[in-house]
Design a protein around this ligand. Structure first.
Ligand code: SAH
Length: 357
């Protein structure tokens, strides 16, 4: 299989242990060296070859010449004064920037990672897509957001959500490889059940993912109960209808036994009235699912306003009346550009004031 490269060199942190063994033997080293190296990279989280102290100096130097070693550079860190949520901005080897969020919950620490630099999906309320897609992230670049945050916070990450900038299903092969490495027992060993991948709804990829039969949670960004309304918020709705989407969700459950999560951002006067809650109940009522309601986080480039507390509660009540599982998501990190793509965008525009505590 063709290797993933960076600047013409094989990207060593994107290799599976099996592939690494092949590489190591091709370099004339014993196969067990591969396991040692893999652990240095994915368990001990070292940032370059020189730290791999049980490998010979000559081997480390040969690796340095031969491979690209992904280690994201932290450029900014902001901490919420409200809830301790931290937002990190990292620089990639080509100078691009990505952001990730760290959240502390009762059940453990959760990291929200980006899957692309920018996004081409065009959702109207989202800051990540305003400048379009720059490029997709490599598996190692998705992983290293978690590794770098583990090192910076000094705390173990137990949950990962692929819900930052980018559309993971638009970077499908790299996403799958990332998931394989993330949940590998020889690496961070994060349980598949503690991983969520969120999509705007690319139906063929959702079906493909279902067939991988992973135990991860699939979250679908729904945001509207009818095709007509959804098309106004999300251009992807012109490509796939709600009927096709609901079938894909049912298929995911059928294949994996995992309940679907629906993300629904409430926008004042756009998708948040009682009638819309009823329509939503009719749409999803037959599925084994859970709804996350979150008031939209307004971005300055668009005129969308968040729903009032009363509207959010009324929407929730209506869903519950129809026996739908629903949670109002805590709005983490509102004071630190918590919504997708806001920090990177501000940093790039150089208009940000230092919010770091
Ligand atoms: N592309 C994927 C994952 C990234 S977006 C997807 O669409 O699911 C992660 C979630 O944040 C999505 O549900 C998205 O619709 C939502 N989102 C983006 N901008 C937002 C904003 N300003 N306020 C509230 N939710 C937002």
């Amino acid at each position: 299989m063709e290797r993933i490269t960076q600047n013409g060199k094989t990207d060593i942190k994107s290799l599976t242990l099996k592939e690494l063994k092949e590489e190591v033997s091709a370099m004339g080293e014993k196969p067990f060296r591969a396991k040692q190296m893999y652990e240095w990279m994915h368990k001990k989280l070292v940032r370059d070859f020189s730290e791999m102290s049980n490998l010979s100096k000559s081997f480390r130097e040969a690796c340095e010449k031969r491979y690209a070693y992904t280690a994201l550079i932290p450029v900014r860190e902001q901490e919420s004064r409200i809830d301790g949520t931290k937002k990190f901005l990292f620089e990639l080897s080509d100078g691009n920037l990505v952001e990730s969020v760290w959240m502390r919950y009762k059940h453990g620490n959760s990291v929200c990672i980006s899957s692309q630099v920018g996004c081409r999906m065009g959702c109207r309320f989202c800051a990540s897509t305003l400048d379009g897609l720059e490029r997709s992230l490599l598996p190692s670049e998705m992983l290293d957001q978690i590794y770098a945050i583990t090192l910076l916070t000094g705390e173990r990450v137990s949950n990962v959500v692929v819900m930052g900038t980018g559309e993971p299903m638009d970077n499908y092969d790299n996403l799958l490889r990332f998931l394989e490495l993330l949940t590998d027992a020889n690496g961070l060993n994060i349980s598949q059940r503690n991983v969520t991948v969120s999509t705007c709804g690319i139906v063929p990829r959702m079906r493909q993912l279902a067939e991988e039969k992973l135990q991860i949670t699939l979250a679908l960004s729904l945001h509207a109960p009818t095709d007509e309304k959804r098309r106004k918020l999300m251009p992807v709705a012109n490509q796939y209808s709600l009927t096709e989407l609901m079938d894909a969700c049912a298929y995911y459950f059928e294949q994996t036994g995992r309940r679907i999560t629906f993300e629904y951002s409430l926008v004042a006067g756009v998708n948040d009235n009682k009638e819309e809650a009823r329509e939503l109940s009719d749409l999803i009522g037959h599925l084994n699912c859970h709804v996350n309601l979150i008031p939209v986080n307004p971005i300055e480039e668009r005129d969308y306003k968040e729903s009032s507390r009363a509207a959010v509660l009324a929407f929730q009540k209506e869903l519950e009346k129809n026996k739908i599982n629903v949670t109002i998501r805590r709005e983490m990190g509102r004071d630190i550009d918590g919504a997708c793509g806001q920090l990177r965008r501000r940093h790039t525009k150089k208009t940000v004031e230092d919010l770091t505590c």
